[in-house]
Design a protein around this ligand. Structure first.
Ligand SMILES: Cc1ncc(COP(=O)(O)O)c(C=O)c1O
Length: 257
């Protein structure tokens, strides 16, 4: 019996001891193809030489310095790289580095609230998100995403969030509709929801640019993003769009190491 609190209390999980490319290898030598890169976080493979070497070099120099009091070279370098490579027009100005997607979601929610407070709009606290979606495991992130089974046991602990549909072409686009009409119809749900809640009460609209854990790589119809950006701007609502960096930029970032 493992002393580790495993995710599955009834399974005896194999003990992996090594990673090689796309494979994980357990203590008996059995190989497993890690086809989803462990929820998309190992998409550079399990033995990516530049990453391993950069980690080793840094550990030799410095492991930790409290971010309340110090900055450090690798964090500064990564933040500059990300700002320099942000897509044109996104206005990325500074980067907050955190330990997980859930933590990033919590920070985004708090930053959004802080932004409105600083602007004197203290009534803005409501969040609109999409159904289905996954934004993480911690209470704020779990309350924001919508996956019936994952949130059900904790429902009484979760802050109220308001939902619109994900524009899921395969299931929801009508035969008599063009892609542009479908995008406009689904984006209109956002404007309707903002108006229903009262724009002065809405803090943020949160979405995954590509739906991951709850639908599987569902992209948006053309023009959807442009329209929802315009709707958010019109109503002073912050648009929070979180995607795992490793998926968006993994390989391109390697030359930085
Ligand atoms: C869009 C999105 N946000 C947040 C998370 C949570 O990330 P983590 O598991 O690193 O806490 C995930 C995880 O799959 C995700 O896909």
């Amino acid at each position: 019996m493992s002393a580790l609190f495993q995710r599955n209390l009834h399974a005896n999980l194999p003990n992996v001891v090594k990673g090689k490319g796309n494979y994980l290898i357990d203590e008996t030598g059995k190989k497993y193809l890690d086809a989803c890169g462990g929820a998309a976080v190992s998409c550079l493979g399990h033995d990516c030489a530049p990453v391993i070497s950069a980690i080793k070099q840094q550990v030799d120099k410095l492991c930790f310095a409290h971010t309340g009091y110090f900055s450090n070279e690798p964090a500064e370098k990564l933040a500059s790289w990300l700002v320099d490579h942000a897509p044109a027009g996104t206005g990325a100005g500074s980067i907050m580095l955190l330990g997980s997607g859930s933590e990033a979601m919590e920070a985004a929610l708090k930053l959004a609230r802080q932004y409105h407070l600083e602007n004197g709009e203290q009534d803005r606290s409501k969040v609109i998100a999409r159904k289905p979606s996954y934004h993480g495991n911690t209470l704020g992130a779990l309350a924001t995403g919508y996956h019936e089974g994952r949130r059900a046991p904790y429902a009484p602990l979760l802050r109220e969030t308001h939902y619109i549909d994900v524009p899921y072409r395969y299931r929801m686009m009508r035969e008599d509709e063009t892609e542009a009409e479908f995008a406009a119809r689904l984006a209109q749900q956002l404007e309707d929801k903002i108006e229903e809640l009262g724009a002065q009460n809405v803090m943020a609209f949160v979405l995954e640019p590509v739906v991951g854990a709850t639908l599987g790589c569902v992209t948006s119809p053309k023009a959807y993003f442009k329209t929802i950006r315009e709707i958010c701007d019109k109503h002073g609502v912050l648009l929070v769009s979180l995607m795992k960096l490793c998926v968006a930029w993994g390989e391109q970032a390697l030359p930085m190491l």
